[in-house]
Ligand binder design. Structure first.
Ligand SMILES: NC(=O)c1ccc[n+]([C@@H]2O[C@H](COP(=O)([O-])OP(=O)(O)OC[C@H]3O[C@@H](n4cnc5c(N)ncnc54)[C@H](OP(=O)(O)O)[C@@H]3O)[C@@H](O)[C@H]2O)c1
Length: 320
């Protein structure tokens, strides 16, 4: 096949999983300071299917669009001026977010300094599962909440992509971790470091645990999780509301209880990703890939993700 084109999962219109199709598209070329990376695996995130459906970051994209932000692969070519990466280096990243990155493809280009070295202990499929979820957890717990040893941290949706990494990062920071998930996930979450587990389907979390300093809310308004979290947060504590920001209802309830709130939108950050990669290689953080798919199975992968029951992450492997 021509060097000028590559295989990519594209959409020509926003819609259901059936709009995802493997096409041949132009292969990108690195500008000065950019690298061309041969993608071995692309991580799947809820923002991918939300964007595919016309929500999420859809307003910032143009059609036709190659979806996907998380990638792990090998540097193929470096643009003028790149000094820290060379062809053959194994890297992972969540480049360009929230601009389009075109991750579900054989190649991506992006600024070299948005990439971290792939953790040596991980396969490309595992490394592709890491960037967006790990950066979200890190930017919430470390950069926004400044979690310190001895604090109690409640993590909603602890079994998901962001949550299972957040449990381990919070534990690494010395926090006491309270995790919400269905009961059959609890043994696994305790192995990852959760001190308390709450089955949110059988108990109201605010009645099942004592006061916490920080809530990492990865559920949002569903079941009133965001507003109900105020009842379990200490005065002066912080709720980081990740899925859709701080609603008026949350702001009002939190204001009355002297609880702080923050929205968060994850940003590319190679330094933080390198820090997480170090935790992975040291054994402090494990990455769970529930299932990997080929590029042709992107629709099936999105259907599974949209059930909202994923344990850890779903990924696409380009060479499968
Ligand atoms: N603002 C940002 O920058 C940003 C970044 C990353 C993610 N997000 C958003 O954050 C959310 C989580 O992302 P993710 O990648 O972790 O998603 P995910 O992996 O798809 O989350 C799936 C998990 O959610 C759990 N879950 C579903 N409803 C729950 C509830 N009511 N209480 C507790 N757990 C529940 C499920 O656990 P069970 O099977 O045990 O129910 C499942 O393990 C998504 O809405 C995503 O779009 C936003």
């Amino acid at each position: 096949m021509s060097e000028q084109t590559m295989r990519a999962v594209t959409i020509k219109e926003f819609g259901g999983p059936e709009v995802l199709a493997v096409e041949r598209v132009a292969r990108p070329e690195p500008l000065p300071t950019e690298v061309l990376v041969r993608v071995h695996a692309a991580g799947i995130n809820p923002v991918d299917w939300k964007t595919r459906a016309g929500h999420g970051m859809a307003g910032l994209q143009t059609l036709p669009l190659t979806l996907g932000w998380d990638v792990s692969g090998v540097v193929e070519e470096v643009g003028f001026g790149v000094t820290t990466l060379a062809p053959g280096d194994e890297v992972c990243a969540m480049p360009w977010f929230p601009r389009p990155a075109g991750g579900y493809a054989e190649f991506v280009t992006a600024p070299s300094r948005q990439f971290a070295r792939k953790p040596a202990s991980l396969s490309h499929a595992e490394a592709a599962a890491l960037p967006l979820a790990a950066l979200t957890a890190w930017q919430a717990l470390v950069d926004t909440a400044h979690v310190t040893g001895g604090q109690r941290v409640l993590i909603h949706a602890a079994a998901g992509g962001v949550g299972h990494l957040a449990v381990q990062i919070a534990k690494h920071l010395g926090a006491e971790v309270v995790a919400t998930a269905r009961g059959h996930r609890h043994t696994w979450l305790r192995e990852l470091g959760a001190d308390e587990t709450i089955d949110y389907t059988s108990r109201r979390f605010e009645e099942a645990t004592g006061a916490v300093d920080v809530v990492l809310d990865l559920v949002g308004a569903a079941d009133g999780t965001d507003v109900r979290s105020v009842a379990v947060t200490r005065p002066g504590g912080l709720i980081v509301s990740v899925p859709s920001g701080v609603s008026d209802a949350l702001a009002a309830a939190a204001g009355e209880a002297d609880v702080r709130t923050s929205p968060l939108l994850v940003e590319p950050d190679a330094a933080a990703l390198t820090a997480v990669a170090g935790l992975v290689d040291s054994g402090a953080v494990r990455v769970e890939v529930e299932r990997s798919f080929g590029l042709e199975q992107a629709g099936e992968a999105h259907r599974l993700g949209e059930t909202n029951r994923t344990r850890g992450k779903l990924v696409l492997e380009v060479a499968r």
